[in-house]
Design a protein around this ligand. Structure first.
Ligand code: CTP
Ligand code: MG
Length: 235
């Protein structure tokens, strides 16, 4: 019998958190009794089908080594790069040495601490036999406006068929590696994995996830994440 391809998680955690400001990168800020990154890792550590986790950290990161994260599965680090795409590519380079080309890779932001286990399961189950892979995403609810240079409304944008791209984003190792490498070589700024895969001519699937899988971006997001996690404990 041919063994099924493994699932690996990649956690880009090498950002400086410029938009949130402050001396501590946002993935290391305290949130509900742990650090943001510990919440982001928890689902993957606990989920049996994930074979291992690669975390990309900044070369000057002196916080990661002092964390005590209990994991029964491989939890390895690589050095991140200039942009998120470079950090992810470095993690994929490592994975190429330890797993098969057709392994599934789930890329999840270290700054996204509210991923629900049901969503992780839904993504992996929905895409397990997909020829391309895909992403967790949430349909846009609000009416969207395009602004002019003076912040006056230039246009109302039709929101039907528009989605917010979330993470995890799940693709085959070889497909994602080639797509990211090509985007970087062409100097095209891709802010998520799907954009690189789309650029390669493929059409990733959108898997509807919970809208509360927020990314910590601005200071007020921490209080929101705190409330999201608190409600879950009560459920
Ligand atoms: N990231 C990374 N390597 C980079 C830049 C970002 O691994 N060179 C990671 C961040 O640590 C974060 C995720 O990618 O977990 C999403 O990026 P973003 O929200 O943009 O985080 P930052 O780049 O840290 O924040 P900012 O853009 O405000 O500086
Ligand atoms: Mg950034």
């Amino acid at each position: 019998m041919i063994e099924a391809a493994a699932f690996w998680a990649v956690i880009p955690a090498a950002g400086a958190g410029r938009r949130i400001g402050g001396a501590i990168p946002k993935q290391y800020l305290p949130l509900a009794g742990k650090l943001v990154i510990e919440h982001a890792l928890a689902c993957f550590i606990e989920y049996a089908k994930i074979a291992g986790i690669v975390v990309a950290v900044d070369s000057n990161d002196d916080r990661w080594p002092s964390l005590k994260i209990a994991s029964a599965k491989p939890l390895v680090t690589v050095i991140g790069g200039r942009e998120r795409c470079h950090s992810v590519l470095n993690a994929l380079e490592h994975l190429k040495n330890v797993t098969r080309e057709d392994a599934w890779v789930l890329v999840h932001d270290a700054a996204r601490p509210c991923l629900h286990a049901d969503d992780l399961d839904k993504l992996m189950t929905t895409l397990a036999d997909d020829p391309v892979g895909g992403i967790l995403a949430a349909p846009v609810r609000d009416t969207l406006k395009r602004a002019d240079r003076e912040n006056r409304i230039d246009q109302t944008v039709e929101r039907t068929a528009l989605w917010h791209a979330l993470t995890p984003q799940m693709f085959r190792l070889s497909v994602l590696h080639a797509a990211l490498q090509a985007a970087i070589e062409a100097d095209v700024a891709v802010t998520d994995e799907a954009a690189a895969v789309e650029r390669a001519g493929l059409r990733p699937r959108l898997v509807e996830g919970r809208g509360d899988n927020i990314k910590i971006t601005h200071p007020q997001d921490l209080a929101l994440a705190e409330r999201i996690l608190a409600v879950r404990v009560l459920c």
